[in-house]
Design a protein around this ligand. Structure first.
Ligand code: SF4
Length: 111
């Protein structure tokens, strides 16, 4: 798989996640204090391969995984609302994700 294919796939995932957030009803909780923690059993979490601890990712099975990538350095992690290592994520509306976690929608924070 070449880099441009992977970049295009990642862009499409982020674009889909962003579009999903734009469609959210105004009444859903968006603050970390109101949201529930995302579990790995959640159907959307499973679809995106979310794990609460990026150290558990099997890099041989997850082609999208880059060593060192975590929710904490993902552009979708809303770090300003971090509470105890959990914060909202644009890919999982109404939920908080672990700062140490990871999923296939990971996208590097702009420098
Ligand atoms: Fe959200 Fe990024 Fe963590 Fe995936 S890696 S759960 S998109 S913050």
């Amino acid at each position: 798989m070449n880099d441009s294919f992977v970049d295009r796939r990642r862009f499409l995932k982020v674009a889909a996640a962003t579009a999903a957030v734009a469609l959210l009803p105004a009444g859903l909780p968006a603050r970390a204090a109101d949201a529930v923690k995302l579990t790995e059993d959640d159907p959307t979490a499973k679809a995106l391969g979310y794990v609460a601890n990026a150290g558990k990712v099997d890099a041989t099975k997850e082609a999208a995984f880059k060593k060192g990538s975590t929710c904490g350095n993902c552009m979708l992690y809303q770090a300003a609302q971090d509470k105890g290592g959990f914060a909202p994520c644009a890919a999982f509306p109404g939920k908080t994700v672990s700062k140490a976690g990871w999923c296939r929608a990971w996208a590097a924070k702009p420098a």
